[in-house]
Design a protein around this ligand. Sequence first.
Ligand code: CA
Ligand code: CA
Length: 420
Amino acid sequence: MFLACGSATAVTVSFETGEGFPDGDGASISGSVPAGVVTGWSLTGDGNKGTGGFEIDHGPGGTGFGDEANPLTGSQFGLARGDDNGEIILTMDLDNAASNTLQSLYYANRGTYPPQLTLEYYGLDENLLGSDVFTAANPNASPSAGVGLGPAAGNTHGYNQHFQLIEPTSLFAGKAMSKVVMRSHSTGGTGSGHFAVEDITLAASSGVVLTDYVVGFETSEGYNGTDGGPVTANGLVTDWGLAGAGVGTLVIDQGPGGTGFGDEDNPPEGSQFAMSMGSGNGEHIVTMDLVNSANLSLQSFHYANRGNFPPKLTVEYFGLDEQSLGTEVFTEGSNGGVAVGLSAGYGQKFQLITASAQFQNAPLSKVVFTSEHDSASNLGGHFSLDAITFKSTQVIPEPGSLALLALAGIGLVGLRKRLS
Ligand SMILES: [Ca+2]
Ligand SMILES: [Ca+2]
């Protein structure tokens, strides 16, 4: 892991004429400005019908709404203005050659209360890295009614527009970005998300790549290749802990006809998955311990149930301080399934489970999966897992290079022995 000195090359986009922006309240913003930093601005969204656009605003009394906040720096900012209810989406395309990251921006809302800002970040490969959702009130306005707002006021809108500092959460901090999409809307049903943006600071990325890390229980990852073989610590998983009244063993399963029950679903990824086999009635608790330094945050996984109806799956997330961040409970089936991890005919059926946004951005020390029968009869909670997908802020060594590292370690031990 290496860290570049980002602040040395930080650039702040403030929508001033000196940066190449047009002079004039209401002037349309488009094209590659500032040159070498941004390659394009575009405004879309269902709130942006008709003549709405992304334009220069001079602050109070301007052509935008008239009740805007003052510019923070210079005499201009950007106004993303729609002319209809719905979401307003501003895309800031970045010059990939600069390998910049979004450090911060200032957002003010002039839509309909209560507002929400979502930032979507795209990596240099143009794929979505992930997103942050901002709804918390402005800590620097007293009192603030919501994100990008000051107090309730007597103007036509009812709330003061107030620029608020917005910063990406730790998962995205420092990551190289090809574009940032700002989505603004009202969470109160119909209403618009008009917003102003000012002083967007971009800095050199840290060079640390955000990558996917998938635990798929395949032999290519180093897992046992035998149906019924043990699932052991491997890669960035340091331990599989088993607990609960019903839990027995965690084994490799290769699908229908396997040693598990014989009526398993097909692997949703590759040719193997993990199955928690039972020792009796009661819950199955499987703890997946992770390498903390990899900053793994859980995105999704596939779950199949082979217990007894009705099943219940609980996922508990633990932060890098080893403390619980919270839990999510899943009981609903998908695609016609009668319940989570089951088909329409009560058979084992892998179901994609997606962590909610608040957990997707949280680096974890461990994940605890609890599968149980959700009734007083307390039957078994046998279940299967596959394609447990994380985001990681560490570059993950290939399985081959992990093996090479292990061999190098053995070689080094041998060398030391010979030298001593
Ligand atoms: Ca400005
Ligand atoms: Ca698999």
